[in-house]
Design a protein around this ligand. Structure first.
Ligand code: 1HS
Length: 254
């Protein structure tokens, strides 16, 4: 398939993990890329690997939680791609563990700053260029924004806010030719974040309890989220707008 021929896609957190996989799949289907990441060494490795696959890519080191850095980065990348910004994937995100009582205020603020403010700031910086010829934004919500996950107070709250922001932006921008959706993954076992969350299960019993919430009988795989993100970003999803698109093995259906 060549669904993204002639399109330019921006992926935050694009140097590693699922962000890298999304970037690579978009590139393999014809998109040119801007990958953004806080990790400079990972950006350099990712850029080399993507170019070796014949993908046109520019890389930008940025902290998505920093308003000044985001504004400067987007003004540079928009100039570099001659203003043709078609797709924004707000993938950058972090997890944190704790109840409301045990979550320190600094940790709370950091999760909000990356997951929520980062999504807001990158969208704000991309929209003026995107409005010129239409486009699409895919945010990263989570089932954790729909149901409470034990010991993840800040993460759940940040993802619920991203779902709200997604719906709000869809209302303001759909009439301008910009579709905004969010993907809401369930537990994805083969990502750094998935491993981090599963690592909090101190016993076999806790792991079984987590798994028992998944009617499909297993956790998800990164490639299953990547495929859904590409669908949302593609013209095949032309009437999908303001959606919190669950990819969760029916975890939130029961
Ligand atoms: C990482 C992704 O946002 C999903 S959080 C899922 C936690 S649980 O369902 O395994 O408890």
């Amino acid at each position: 398939m060549n669904r993204f021929q002639g399109k330019h896609a921006v992926i935050t957190g694009g140097a590693t993990g699922m962000g890298y996989d999304i970037a690579r799949r978009l590139g393999m289907e014809g998109a040119s890329l801007s990958i953004l990441d806080i990790n400079e060494a990972a950006l350099s490795d990712a850029t080399q690997a993507l170019r070796a696959d014949g993908i046109a890519v520019n890389a930008y080191q940025v902290d998505v939680a920093d308003p000044r850095e985001v504004a400067e980065t987007f003004s540079k990348l928009i100039a570099d791609c001659s203003g043709t910004l078609d797709i924004l994937i707000n993938n950058a995100g972090i997890a944190d563990f704790g109840t409301v009582e045990t979550t320190e205020f600094d940790a709370w603020n950091k999760v909000m700053a990356v997951n929520l403010n980062g999504t807001y700031l990158c969208s704000k910086a991309a929209l003026p260029a995107m409005k010129q010829r239409g486009g699409t934004i895919v945010n990263f919500g989570s089932i954790a924004g729909m149901v409470g996950i034990p010991n993840m107070a800040a993460y759940c709250t940040s993802k619920a806010a991203v779902i709200g922001l997604t719906k709000q932006m869809a209302v303001d921008y759909s009439k301008l030719g910009i579709r905004v959706n969010c993907i809401c993954p369930g537990m994805i076992a083969d990502t750094d974040m998935g491993r981090e969350i599963l690592g909090t299960d101190v016993s076999e019993q806790l792991m079984k309890l987590r798994l028992s919430k998944y009617p499909i009988g297993r956790f998800g795989k990164s490639e299953e989220i990547v495929a859904a993100v590409l669908f949302l970003a593609s013209d095949e999803a032309s009437f999908v707008c303001g959606s919190a698109f669950t990819v969760d093995g029916a975890m939130t259906a029961i």
